[in-house]
Ligand binder design. Structure first.
Ligand code: AMP
Length: 175
């Protein structure tokens, strides 16, 4: 069954700062039908895609990757902000609009047998996903697919993620 996801995504102008229209997925989480629709669609897209592990980006990526990992019976790899993971980690520093950020993964969670589906809630510039790909590649894994519930293609994420098959459930365009 198709579901109009747009109805479930809240749009908040000027958040977190002036000029940004924030696409808020908490509206999806509050509507079980919308949330379940997302997981159904993701299952449809990736059940037979050859991926064998799922990696999720803190923190909203966790919400969509975790139920999918259970459905597909695949391991779930957490990519977290600096200092959150207790074990030995790989880490990658990347540039955000203002300043820098670091993401990390447990070394023991990544290896060369993995064909990874990488998930975040929303793809804007693609910078975060690009850093995540670098991180997983450090551990020898292959990122086979990239997914976001929401895409903002006018920010040109296709360029920075060139060579990686990217899918989204709904796209928004510049006003
Ligand atoms: P980017 O690295 O530019 O692709 O930014 C991706 C991350 O920032 C995602 O984890 C999103 O959750 C968040 N993000 C960036 N822009 C927006 C936006 N307009 N609305 C909601 N979340 C956003």
């Amino acid at each position: 069954m198709e579901y109009n996801l747009d109805n479930a995504i809240r749009k908040i102008p000027d958040f977190p700062k002036k000029g940004i229209l924030f696409y808020d997925i908490t509206g999806i989480l509050m509507k079980p039908e919308a949330f379940n629709y997302c997981i159904d669609k993701m299952e449809e897209l990736y059940a037979s895609s050859g991926v064998n592990a799922i990696a999720v980006i803190e923190s909203r990526g966790f919400l969509f990757g975790a139920p999918l990992a259970i459905r597909l019976k695949m391991p779930l790899i957490l990519l977290r902000k600096k200092g959150k993971l207790p074990g030995e980690t790989y880490s990658v520093k990347f540039t955000l609009e203002y300043g820098e950020d670091v993401i990390e993964v447990h070394k023991e969670d990544v290896d060369s047998s993995q064909n990874i589906l990488l998930i975040d809630d929303l793809i804007a510039t693609g910078g975060t996903l690009k850093a995540a790909i670098e991180l997983l590649t450090k551990g020898g894994a292959r990122v086979a697919r990239v997914f976001g519930i929401v895409g903002l293609p006018f920010l040109n994420y296709a360029d920075i993620l060139k060579g990686y098959p990217v899918k989204t459930l709904i796209n928004y365009h510049a006003e």
